[in-house]
Design a binder for this molecule. Sequence first.
Ligand SMILES: [Zn+2]
Length: 208
Amino acid sequence: MPDRLLGLLLFLPIPLVLGLFTRAPFGVRASLGLGVLLMATHRLYARPFALSRAGRRCLWCGGVAGDGPRVQLEEPSGPSTWRACAEEHRDSLTRVFGTADRWRWFLRIGILGSLALFLGGALLAAFGRLGPVTFADMSALFRLGVSLTALPYGLLAAALGPRTDGTIRVPFPVHIQALIGTAVMLWLFRVVGTVWFVQAVLLVAKWP
Ligand SMILES: [Zn+2]
């Protein structure tokens, strides 16, 4: 099976987790439990898959890298080497990762902070411990927090980032975006960020 198709299949747990978290189709406790399980185990198979193809796939577009330029990263877990299909795509990678490094606290608080707040708050709401605040309210807050982070990053990261020839420090592991290509991931940030922002605002507007 081609790398692109396999990568897409291995990426599917991510939207599945987001669907479980925001819609809780199996009830709050079972949906959140399943989502956390999928999230915790994703790295076990996604990272080896991405790393085994790091030398032959372009980390920017997900296409065949050939003998394109190498991309040296310093991920939270240590150094790793990836590849781009052309100098132009290496440039784009250094810019978005450069922005991620500059914005690392904004991204951590926006994504991980929203997630932690949501998981704790959604469980408390499910047990009726948050008074009038419901699971739907927590879900809207989660979507608002993530969209306020993902949208500016998706729109501005490539334009604002610095260009560098050296090793790039990245504040998050890159194997998830390597599955589908960083360019597609940025588009998802823009599209899902916009949809979630609108959904959250519409829900918040109904609050008393
Ligand atoms: Zn490329």
